[in-house]
Design a binder for this molecule. Structure first.
Ligand SMILES: [Zn+2]
Length: 440
């Protein structure tokens, strides 16, 4: 295998050094380090982060290859600085058997642009009636550890309890899309001032909070691991704070869009802002930023949800919920969460702040730990698998549909200028992105 020297990189924003990559691993980290025949890559002043890990990606294959494929989604991931993504199970057919999760796993391996870790469905066909073959998926070549009916809530408490009991045996985790369906029938956006003004049926915060409250209690009762997908309300944060203080084994994710966008955007009736759970209020955004900073919310996950023009560019009530996220997640997190002093004053002012180490923790190390991906989420150091990304903290990028590698175009950030540009991504020692361009 080839060797690379990344010259002048700043690991987690520290002083400049040179990083030598040989045979898929970081061989040496020291100023002036080199290797015979190595390709030199000018990384002067770029911040080196462990490759990002996404716990929540919709790759749409099998079944909706018109919206995204494993390959196109993996390319978007690499361009966004990701080296591993967890592929949600709501495909067609649903990833509820060993056969389907192995298919997705193989497609990811063949694309070779990111590690694709399949998530298995909790219930057969996401129907919420009986448990899927969780053990067979765990024992398969895909070695599934996360199970989720995402898109749907496992709303039956007895089924949720049994799922938690089942995965406890192999330290698996149930990732819950927290939405009490009886409270969100026909919902189009967050229930509040804006839904009343716009005349759209509301999705009340309590529909999320009631499920999280129930499920942390079930996780405590069973002693199993629970993960809460896309937490979106201030009330959910308070329940999670209580549960963690009590020692319950719960982790939680927030999406980039819930850190930046609010329900006021629905005023445009542009369905690009329709998403589930919906965009909430300024107060919710502030609570989510604070919770991500103080660790009550563990990680950022994209909920990358590609949709075709036919499914998305129609009247608001008929549009499918969901937004692209892989290529914009890091810039949105840097914009909303990174100390502006680390970006030459480019971020938003506000009290909740992370440094580069904090970003690495929430976008790489902790998600890798939750997913059990041993080769990912490790800071560049000798002997560590070379899964890393190089970010230019001085760059400002205006989001433009032309740069989207996804098959879909539903980004809510078009025209926005955001800080940070992914210059290079390495997967197992090989570049998937160089000079901001995908290598395959
Ligand atoms: Zn969901």
């Amino acid at each position: 295998m080839s060797s690379f020297v990344l010259t002048g990189a700043r690991i987690l924003g520290a002083a400049k050094t040179d990083i030598v990559i040989t045979d898929g691993v970081v061989a040496e980290v020291a100023p002036g380090a080199s290797a015979p025949g190595a390709t030199r890559i000018d990384a002067d002043g770029l911040v080196a982060l462990p490759g990002l890990v996404d716990l929540h990606t919709h790759l749409r294959e099998p079944g909706r290859e018109d919206a995204e494929t494993v390959e196109s989604g993996s390319r978007a991931a690499a361009l966004g600085g990701y080296t591993a993504v967890c592929a949600m199970a709501n495909t067609d057919p649903v990833a509820d058997t060993a056969g389907v999760v192995e298919q997705v796993y193989r497609l990811g391996r063949d694309a070779g642009l990111a590690h694709v870790q399949p998530i298995g469905a909790v219930t057969v066909g996401l129907a919420g009636e009986r448990l899927a073959e969780l053990g067979a998926m765990a024992d398969s070549a895909a070695a599934v550890r996360i199970f989720s009916d995402d898109g749907h809530c496992v709303s039956d408490p007895r089924l949720m309890r049994r799922a938690l009991e089942y995965v406890k045996a192999f330290d698996g985790v149930i990732a819950q899309h927290a939405e009490e369906p009886r409270l969100t029938a026909g919902a189009q956006m967050h229930e509040g001032e804006w839904s009343a003004r716009l005349g759209l049926t509301g999705w009340p915060a309590v529909a999320e909070e009631a499920i999280i409250a129930r499920d942390v209690l079930l996780a405590e009762h069973v002693g199993a691991r629970l993960h809460i997908c896309h937490v979106s309300t201030a009330g959910s944060v308070e329940i999670l704070r209580w549960a963690k203080a009590r020692g319950i084994r719960v982790t939680a994710e927030v999406t980039p869009h819930h850190l930046l966008l609010t329900d006021a955007l629905a005023e445009s009736y542009d369905p690009v802002f329709k998403v589930n759970p919906p965009l909430r209020t300024d107060a919710d955004v502030a609570a989510l930023r604070a919770a991500l900073a103080d660790g009550v919310v563990d990680v950022v996950a994209t909920d990358h949800a590609p949709h075709t023009v036919e499914d998305k560019e129609c009247e608001w009530p008929y549009a499918r919920p969901g937004m692209l996220g892989l290529q914009t997640a890091l810039p949105v997190v840097l914009h909303t969460m990174l100390d502006p002093a680390l970006l030459d004053g480019g971020g938003e002012p506000g009290p909740a702040r992370l440094d580069w180490d904090g970003v690495a923790e929430r976008m790489s190390r902790r998600p890798a730990r939750i997913a059990g991906l041993a080769g990912h989420g490790r800071d560049p150091a000798p002997g560590v698998p070379a899964n890393l990304t190089l970010v230019d903290p001085a760059a400002r990028v205006t989001v433009d549909g032309g740069e989207i590698a996804s098959r879909s175009r539903n980004t809510p950030y078009a025209g926005r200028t955001l800080p940070g540009r992914v210059v290079a991504t390495f997967l197992a020692g090989a570049p998937t992105v160089l000079d901001g361009k995908a290598q395959r």
